[in-house]
Every structure is written in C-alpha cells, then in structure tokens.
Design a protein around this ligand. Structure first.
Ligand code: A3P
Length: 273
C-alpha cells in the first residue's frame, strides 16, 4: 500500500512538511474554502493555503510526491495535514492516483444543491471574464440549447454528482469519503464541523462561539482567539437572476441524477424537496 512519507522539508524544531492525510476533493463552488478555513480552526490541523492541483495537472503530477510534500505547510508531529483542490472530484484520473499515494487517505467532499452550484459556477466564470475584459454570455444562452438543457455545458456536468462519485467509489470504500452538506454549512456551520471532526478522529475542539453571523456579508464568519474575520469577498456573491421557468427546468433536470447520488451514498439531501 501507498506512500505516507515523502521527503518534504524539515526543521530543527521538529516541524516538517508531510503529505496530506486528508484531502478536500471538491466540489468546485461547494464551499471548499469555507470548509478548509473552518477546519483550520482546530489546533491539530495544518492546512495548505493554495490549491495545489497535484493529482489533476500533469505538469505537477510528474514532479512526484516529494514535490507534493514540499507544497504542504509545516506541521508538528500529530497534526493532520489537509489540502483542498476542488477540481479533483470531477477529474477521472485523480481517484486512482490518490489511492496509490495512500489508500487510507480520508476524503472530504462538500456538496451543495446542484442547481445553486451551477449558478455559482457560472457567476465565478462571469467574474473572471469581466476582470479580463472578455465577452460574457448571458446565463440562458449557456444553460439552454434549442430550448433544452445544454448537456455540453461543463458546469452542468460538474453538478452530476453521481457520475463523479462512482469514479471515487471504484477506488475508495464509502467510509473513507465524508460528504459535507454545503447548504447546511452555510446556514449553520457548527454541527457540520462537529461531524467533520468526528470523521477525522480529531478531539472536539471547534465550538459554536467560533462562528457568528455577519448581517452585512449575509454569511457566517469566523472568530478565533478573539479575532473576527469573514471569507474573501469573492465567497458569497449574488448570483444572476434566472427566470422561474429556467430554475424549474434545472431542478427537474437534476432530480434523477440526484436520486442516483442518494442511492449511491445511502443518504438523502434536500435538493429534490
Ligand atoms: P457563492 O459565492 O456562489 O455564494 P468554494 O470556496 O468552493 O468556491 O465555494 C464558494 C461558496 O462557499 C460560496 O458560493 C458560498 O455560498 C459558500 N460558503 C459557504 N460558507 C460560507 C461562508 N461562511 N462565507 C462565505 N461563503 C460561504
């Protein structure tokens, strides 16, 4: 079985760079940044700051595990190293590669209502394109083709959770993949984080007072040792208005794929209610 030690850097104080024992694999726009920042409230967690894209980008993967380890934060013995790269979830080659590194890796997957996720995904691309002064297409024209849902739209495919989950379940047993309910993490983060702590066998350390609702932002923000901070302004953006008819079409479109996902993981979410 895989590799758990790869030569990252080490320091005289005993801190070293270790391969992650836990990876947040996605989904893009599911709330991955919120999840890793909330997890990092725990003193036994060392979280990578940037998305590493080791398993999905060939140019990174070819550099090998010691390069991967060198991208990790320094951690003390006993701390859990975690990185998040949301693109892993939807990349078919990634699950086998993670398993080959370490079949005991604990995977965190944060999912959100697939319709909301598509709108969030579109919004992200919109902002990126506006920043680069590129032309943007109205949402209806990317979501629809000849009046029907456009299956070629990538963001739509990313919300077909059962398709990607099947790939992961070919390589990991279900008990290694913990699904975080991203809609609940938005509404009430603490109970979701308690479940994450338990899944990772961490001591119960994160508590309700680590979170407070910020009315201006419209989201929960974090409180750590008396200091308060919210996520970056790019997290929690307003989505473009879509007609009720288009929203209904999306909801209906995702109904069956959602059902298949529920069956696959033996658990339901309120996306089809
Ligand atoms: P929106 O900006 O579309 O609302 P990711 O980090 O994976 O890109 O996910 C971004 C999403 O995280 C945001 O999408 C937002 O809804 C969600 N989120 C969850 N908890 C949040 C929080 N406490 N603050 C801001 N955004 C949060």
């Amino acid at each position: 079985p895989g590799v758990t030690e790869a030569p990252g850097g080490s320091r005289p104080d005993g801190m070293s760079q270790r391969l992650p024992q836990t990876i947040i694999i996605g989904v893009r726009k599911g709330g991955t940044r919120a999840l890793i920042e909330m997890l990092a409230l725990h003193s036994d967690v060392a979280a990578a700051e940037n998305e590493v894209h080791f398993f999905d980008w060939e140019s990174h993967f070819q550099r090998g595990l010691s390069w991967y380890a060198s991208q990790m934060p320094f951690s003390a013995p006993g701390q859990i190293t975690v990185e998040k790269t949301p693109a892993y979830f939807t990349s078919a080659k990634v699950p086998a590669r993670v398993r080959d590194m370490n079949p005991d890796t604990k995977l965190l997957l944060i999912l959100r209502d697939p319709t909301e996720r598509v709108l969030s995904d579109y919004t992200q691309v919109l902002y990126n394109r506006v920043q680069k002064h590129k032309r943007v297409q109205p949402i209806e024209s990317v979501l629809l083709k000849d009046g029907e849902i456009n299956l070629d739209y990538k963001a739509l495919n990313r919300s077909l959770y059962y398709v990607h989950m099947q790939n992961w379940l070919h390589h990991f047993p279900p008990e290694r993949i913990h699904v975080v309910d991203g809609d609940r993490l938005i509404r009430d983060p603490f109970p979701e984080m308690e479940r994450v702590e338990r899944f990772l066998s961490l001591s119960p350390q994160i508590n309700a007072s680590n979170f407070y609702f910020n009315k201006t932002k419209g989201f929960y923000c974090l409180r750590e040792r008396g200091r308060e901070r919210c996520l970056h302004e790019s997290k929690g953006r307003a989505h473009p208005r879509v007609s009720d008819a288009l929203r209904d079409k999306l909801y209906r479109f995702f109904h069956e794929p959602n059902r298949k996902f529920f069956e696959l993981v033996g658990r339901t979410f309120d996306w089809n209610d």
